[in-house]
Design a binder for this molecule. Structure first.
Ligand SMILES: Cc1cc2nc3c(=O)[nH]c(=O)nc-3n(C[C@H](O)[C@H](O)[C@H](O)COP(=O)(O)OP(=O)(O)OC[C@H]3O[C@@H](n4cnc5c(N)ncnc54)[C@H](O)[C@@H]3O)c2cc1C
Length: 500
């Protein structure tokens, strides 16, 4: 981060998700006059929480990367001069149950323990994991030098070249490879349980299954789970993260306007000039001028907000994106007796091995820990999410029936692992793509970014610098993609570009 830059240029941030709040707070810290408008009542978007009957449910994100010293959230809080919210490492990061298995594959944080675990489950796969480790080490060091990806100006390109080191060269031959390619080179193309494991894990981070996930992206997504990095479980609830960013924003003079929807981005002569805001409580609308506009939206939504002002090529690129995924999530409040002893905090289940995991064929489950602030004493929360195509949720003529069907399927599946006897199940609620569209403002309730295929990741993805001057995109549609750590990187890079 460059040195302080005290002046009062005005910045408007559309959306107070983790990406928007991070960019806003860092710019406020540098002396900018920052206003964040969020259509929701609580900021945090997909990484927020809601309360019901004494339970705190995390809406979407439940695990956080980048909280360790040197990690992106840690760097952000340091720059804001704010404490890092308390969190405990998840070890294992996840316990993965493949179809028909009673014992999970545990993604341990310790390198040696994880190595022993994977050798036990996937004999002969070590060359594949060693390749991932080599690529991870080089890519991580490169990312730590904060390159702007994809580069859009000469300055970005110079910065990118400066971030290269001899060790980065090892990644170059793999820039266009997928995980599927690497499995084939290592003679593992037919190892079914390894493919299933990778499909489950990678789909969480990359939105696509292993065969199509860009290899360099996969190396990073899987590599961050090991010490000294890792995935963390926040004390209290996920809301602690946006809340602490909000405190950072306010501490440095920035403002968050809740229940304010931005309806249009104003553009004159190829340059963003401000936004049209509606106060959802009063219905009043007005033009809010700004020198810089940062959209913490999906790339589909930034095009909507630009309307006629969206450059044609940009709109066409967005239109050509493969369909994005949605999420179906059930939130359960249970008695502690429902949770098996020694239950890991995060689990994954894969149901029909013949089917893809893209459509309601897996569950990612997060369980609260005693005393972590999410449930009263003697009780717990269980949050379980699956992937779903958002389109049928909008076209169905019987939405309540579809929602009920998904809910009952999820409850039946969860009942195979947890004891969900009626006396243990105290509360349940579900969220569909329609729910996500309403509460996170995301187009059709799509989640997780544009997918980390070779054609859309890193250098080939959407830049934070849009084709319109003074208009920036932060969030999971841009590099390095989904997750609170990913969107914080995108915010950090936007701030660096604005400052310079
Ligand atoms: C089910 C699920 C599970 C997940 N699990 C994890 C996990 O365990 N770990 C992890 O790191 N990540 C996880 N993720 C991904 C992670 O939550 C997201 O990638 C990340 O939070 C997205 O942040 P963002 O900054 O892009 O903004 P969003 O979260 O999309 O927030 C955007 C904000 O902008 C506001 N907004 C949108 N449009 C407007 C408008 N026009 N005017 C005003 N306000 C607007 C919204 O109200 C919202 O607050 C999960 C996601 C889901 C859906």
């Amino acid at each position: 981060m460059v040195k302080d830059h005290p002046h009062r240029s005005k910045v408007v941030v559309v959306g107070g998700g983790i990406g928007g709040l991070t960019a806003a707070a860092l710019l406020a810290r540098r002396g900018y006059q920052v206003s964040v408008f969020d259509q929701a009542y609580l900021p945090g978007g997909c990484a927020s929480s809601f309360r019901r009957r004494g339970f705190a449910f995390d809406v979407g994100a439940t695990q956080v990367a980048g909280l360790e010293p040197g990690g992106i959230h840690h760097r952000v809080f340091e720059a804001l001069d704010m404490p890092v919210p308390p969190a405990a490492p998840c070890d294992p990061a996840c316990a993965v149950y493949l179809p028909g298995q009673r014992e999970p594959i545990s993604l341990w944080r310790d390198h040696l323990q994880w190595r022993q675990e994977r050798q036990r489950w996937f004999p002969g796969s070590e060359p594949f994991w060693q390749l991932l480790q080599t690529l991870f080490t080089a890519s991580w060091a490169f990312q730590g030098r904060d390159p702007v990806l994809p580069p859009r100006t000469l300055k970005d390109l110079v910065g990118l070249i400066k971030a290269l080191r001899p060790d980065t060269l090892v990644t170059v031959p793999f820039a266009l490879s997928t995980v599927g390619d690497a499995l084939t080179w290592c003679g593992l193309g037919k190892q079914e349980n390894l493919r299933q494991f990778l499909d489950l894990q990678l789909k969480l981070y990359s939105q696509v299954e292993a065969a199509d996930t860009a290899l360099l992206y996969a190396a990073t997504a899987l590599g961050v789970t090991q010490a000294p990095r890792g995935l963390f479980h926040l004390e209290g609830s996920m809301q602690v993260l946006p809340h602490q960013l909000l405190r950072g924003l306010q501490r440095w003079g920035g403002k968050l306007y809740r229940r304010h929807r931005v309806e249009q981005i104003l553009v004159t002569g190829g340059q963003a000039q401000g936004v049209v805001v509606r106060d959802l409580r009063t219905g009043r609308t007005w033009d809010e001028p700004a020198q810089e506009v940062i959209a913490n939206t999906t790339v589909q939504d930034i095009v909507q907000l630009l309307g006629e002002a969206a450059p044609r090529g940009y709109r066409q690129r967005v239109d050509r994106l493969p369909p994005a995924s949605g999420a179906f999530v059930v939130y359960l409040g249970v008695k502690a007796a429902a949770i098996p002893p020694g239950c890991p905090p995060h689990l994954q289940f894969y149901y029909d091995p013949a089917g893809p995991i893209a459509e309601n064929n897996s569950l990612f489950v997060s369980v609260s820990r005693p005393g972590d602030g999410r449930a009263p004493a003697g009780q717990a929360t269980i949050t379980a999410s699956s992937f779903t195509d958002p389109r049928p949720w909008w076209s169905t003529c019987d939405y309540p029936a579809l929602k009920e069907h998904y809910t009952q399927t999820a409850l039946a599946r969860l009942g195979q692992f947890f004891d969900l006897a009626p006396e243990h199940l105290l509360y349940h609620e579900a969220a569909t793509p329609r729910t996500f569209a309403k509460f996170s403002g995301r187009h059709q309730g799509i989640v997780g970014g544009i997918g980390q295929r070779v054609a859309t990741f890193g250098p080939f993805g959407f830049a934070q610098r849009t084709p319109l001057d003074h208009l920036w995109l932060v969030g999971d549609s841009t590099h390095p993609g989904e997750g609170t750590a990913g969107v914080s990187y995108s915010a950090w890079t936007v701030v660096e570009q604005i400052l310079s």
